[in-house]
Ligand binder design. Sequence first.
Ligand SMILES: C[S@@+](CC[C@H](N)C(=O)[O-])C[C@H]1O[C@@H](n2cnc3c(N)ncnc32)[C@H](O)[C@@H]1O
Length: 216
Amino acid sequence: MGKKNKLQKFEDLKIFKNVLEFPEDIKGNWNNKVFKNNNPIILELACGKGDYSLAMAERFPDKNYIGVDIKGARIWVGANKAIQEKQDNVAFLRAYIEDLINYFETEEIQEIWITFPDPYLKDSKAKKRLTSERFLKMYRALLPESGVVHLKTDSAPLFEFTLESIAKDKTIIQNASRNIYAEATLEPLLDIQTYYERMHLRDGRNIHYVRFQFVD
Ligand SMILES: C[S@@+](CC[C@H](N)C(=O)[O-])C[C@H]1O[C@@H](n2cnc3c(N)ncnc32)[C@H](O)[C@@H]1O
């Protein structure tokens, strides 16, 4: 079959077993209803085509990965790959990240990756940035004590905003770089490149990374 159009992809999403669209009654039930095991769950927020989720899931079969994004046609790409590759430790949630608290129980997830989120550079949109105060509050509520969040971005303003935002919260920065490929050593998981990252690298942009931990 040739390339599918958006409408066909949306139809597929309804039957893909690894995609949940605005689900009800999933909060607290991901492991027993979706993964059927008790492995730790890691989220990829703004996952797009789910490159990080798929790559990490392949490296760590004993962990479960959920990519979250609102755009169905992008999620379709990752979900379809996971089905083709029989990667049953990856799932996708189509939802607004603002609403995560409706889909996950406290401490249901172990770790969060945020991969190349829209930077929302206008001041009027600052609240939409995925590392603004209200999002940090929500991540803290969902993660276990000392939960870890990773952010990868090409946007220097979003990166600096994030450093300010986490400095106002009780956090410890575990690692930070304004150009990961200029560092002497690249952290193991930072070699995974997303669709957007590859585009940014072709445009000669620096890739920024910060990993922080919530503390009391
Ligand atoms: C620039 S793309 C990055 C996609 C992917 N992580 C990559 O690096 O290729 C940003 C993604 O974030 C998603 N997104 C942004 N804000 C969102 C929100 N509040 N809730 C759900 N998805 C969101 C968009 O739909 C888009 O797919």
